[in-house]
Design a binder for this molecule. Structure first.
Ligand code: FES
Length: 92
């Protein structure tokens, strides 16, 4: 399934997280720190395909509500791929 990160497309595997996709392909597009929905470093903006990501857990929801400056954000360490998604990293 096609996963687009900052305009470049990659082949994602079902149920791997967006961060696991980057690990598998050796990509460093998405910064990360905790990998456990604690730091928000891996937050990304979902341009399309929000419905093709796994459900938001309560832990992720807490962090999104605390830090998200835009709608349609997810944590790359938590969001698992279920279908085609287009995301953009968030510049500080
Ligand atoms: S790496 Fe810390 S919330 Fe994802």
């Amino acid at each position: 399934m096609k996963i687009t990160i900052n305009g470049t497309s990659f082949e994602g595997k079902k149920n791997e997280s967006l961060l696991e996709l980057c690990d598998r392909l050796g990509l460093d597009e998405i910064p990360w720190s905790c990998r456990s929905a604690s730091c928000s470093t891996c937050m990304v903006h979902v341009r399309s395909g929000m419905e093709n990501l796994s459900s938001i857990t309560p832990e992720e929801q807490d962090l999104l509500e605390t830090y998200a400056s835009k709608a349609n954000c997810r944590l790359a360490c938590q969001a698992q791929i279920l279908g085609q998604v287009d995301i953009q990293t968030i510049e500080d």
